[in-house]
Design a binder for this molecule. Sequence first.
Ligand code: SAM
Length: 324
Amino acid sequence: MVSVSASALQQDALLQARTELTTGLRQTPPRLPYRLLWDEHNTALYDRIREQPEYYLNRLEMQLLHTHAPAVMGASGARTLIELGSDTGEKALPLLAHMTAPATYLPVDVSTSALNRLTDRLWHASPGTTVRAVAADFTRPWPAALREPGRRPVLVTFLGSTLGNLLPEERQGLLELVAGSLRPGDGLLLGVPLLHDVEGMVSAYRDAAGLMEAFYLHCLRILNRDLGTDFDLDAYAHHVAWSAPERRVEIGLRALADQSVLVPGHPAAHQMAFPCGEVVRAAVAVRFTARQLDGELSAHGFETVRHLPDASGRYMLLLARLWA
Ligand SMILES: C[S@@+](CC[C@H](N)C(=O)[O-])C[C@H]1O[C@@H](n2cnc3c(N)ncnc32)[C@H](O)[C@@H]1O
């Protein structure tokens, strides 16, 4: 057996993150890897963004969860809940309240600070529930804790519109991973931001309090601190635009003057240049139709059990099941 030291693992993770960043910045348009943008500060900022009046997505999803939790848990029969990108686990509360004990809840997040702040209410919400936090990247092969979670059936939840933050190929990759980790009869509950008027969709990312802007500008601080880049923090502005062909809001940082950024690396560092006006994309927020998602799920072996849209047609929960 080969023993690997913690610092060697950290070096590997740093190398991998820098390679990911270099690859992303070389793309057209250049992009920041989404998973690297969630440190303690941004995780806490996101908690406040969720409460902003413009960010209707969270409000609608929470209402839908409270309304439909009994039906969702009844239909899924789940004894284990795996929540991808759980943050503090608030969204699991209405679902756990309707789970039959004994049950297991596995919140999964790349942000350890989010997992460390798992809501206190979780521990009291359902006395018969075992809670085991899993710090992992849900886009990579899942650890055994998620592939062999114990009690079945399993319900995987992917809420907070996070499905829309994945590029199409990343979304297909995630559905493949989920399908490959579940057994027939296990379920998947998606929080789905639906296509509607452009102004409404875009304004969610331009809150009057400026918290979205602060979130995305802080991403450069994270990269300078954790990866050793030298982004000039004053040289970029928050950028939000609708892309009709891709049906998504694109959020990024626009260079206010010609920029040059060093990404340290081994064996060589990389110097990247962005001309004035170029947008470094930090996130996408894809909007879906029910039909499109049914098709994508079916291609990965899922059948849609229920669409649960809100009255305004701007958001929906979608419950699917892996075919037997
Ligand atoms: C848009 S927030 C949604 C949080 C929560 N589910 C909600 O509904 O409010 C996305 C969450 O996913 C986590 N995340 C992003 N990329 C991830 C990845 N590749 N693997 C695991 N967690 C990830 C972030 O840390 C964050 O907590």
